[in-house]
Design a protein around this ligand. Structure first.
Ligand SMILES: [Zn+2]
Ligand SMILES: [Zn+2]
Length: 239
């Protein structure tokens, strides 16, 4: 009980000393979140999407229907969920985290991802696996943005994260600007599983899902290694 009280008071005290500030407009943030209520509600939440791959769908399409690509060729993962559509402030937020050292963005993006998972009724994964960076890229950047997002989401959801079972064994050209087939070829053979993750149902965590080439490739490698179910969790999904 004492610990509980003291942690609540420490949190309140920190809130007084370092109040959260909205990353979008600078107004005071919601409790323990760097977004004000107005900006939080105005974000492009990915609410209407393909139940399998999270592709944003037009509001006119009845809910629960698979998108065309999933009907033609289902992806290797069981399901994908993303907090947002990749539009509005999302491209700037993701690139701020990825390329401009704005590490504090991982907190709010990870929190929003965790809220998305809490809101839905699917069985939560037992382990979060951030998409690994090649060691050279990791040295250049100093951190893996997917791992930073996973760490925050894992803390909020009380799900452990696993940063060591999977490796990126080959450095690749950036996926941006490549066509779908080129992207698929670009990521073939880039991942390896060093040891079987300590859970049967895992989720791969990434910042943005575009064509799905990267997460599809890592999913296949994990399934081949013996994982039974792989979900995808990402901050945003392109349309
Ligand atoms: Zn705001
Ligand atoms: Zn789909």
């Amino acid at each position: 009980m004492g610990d509980w009280y003291s942690s609540i008071w420490t949190e309140r005290l920190l809130q007084l000393i370092y109040p959260s500030t909205c990353i979008l407009c600078g107004a005071p943030g919601r409790p323990d979140m760097d977004l004000c209520t107005g900006c939080f509600e105005g974000l492009p939440w990915n609410r209407h999407h393909c139940p399998r791959c999270a592709l944003p769908l037009p509001a006119t399409q009845p809910p629960g229907l698979l998108c065309g690509p999933c009907q033609n060729k289902p992806p290797p993962f069981t399901l994908c969920r993303t907090a947002f559509r990749y539009e509005g402030p999302l491209p700037a937020l993701i690139s701020g985290l990825k390329f401009h050292q704005r590490l504090q963005l991982a907190r709010v993006l990870g929190q929003c991802l965790a809220l998305t998972i809490q809101r839905q009724r699917q069985t939560p994964p037992q382990l979060l696996i951030p998409v690994p960076l090649h060691p050279r890229r990791l040295r250049e950047r100093g951190y893996n943005q997917a791992a930073e997002i996973a760490r925050q989401a894992g803390r909020d959801l009380a799900i452990p994260i696993d940063e060591s079972s999977c490796l990126r064994i080959r450095s690749t050209a950036p996926q941006a600007g490549l066509e779908k087939t080129q992207r698929r070829r670009n990521v073939r053979g880039v991942f390896a599983v060093r040891r079987l993750p300590a859970a049967k149902h895992v989720a791969i965590v990434d910042d943005v899902v575009t064509t799905g080439s990267t997460v599809n490739e890592l999913t296949k490698v994990l399934l081949k290694a013996g994982v039974q179910r792989v979900d995808i969790l990402a901050v945003a999904r392109t349309g």
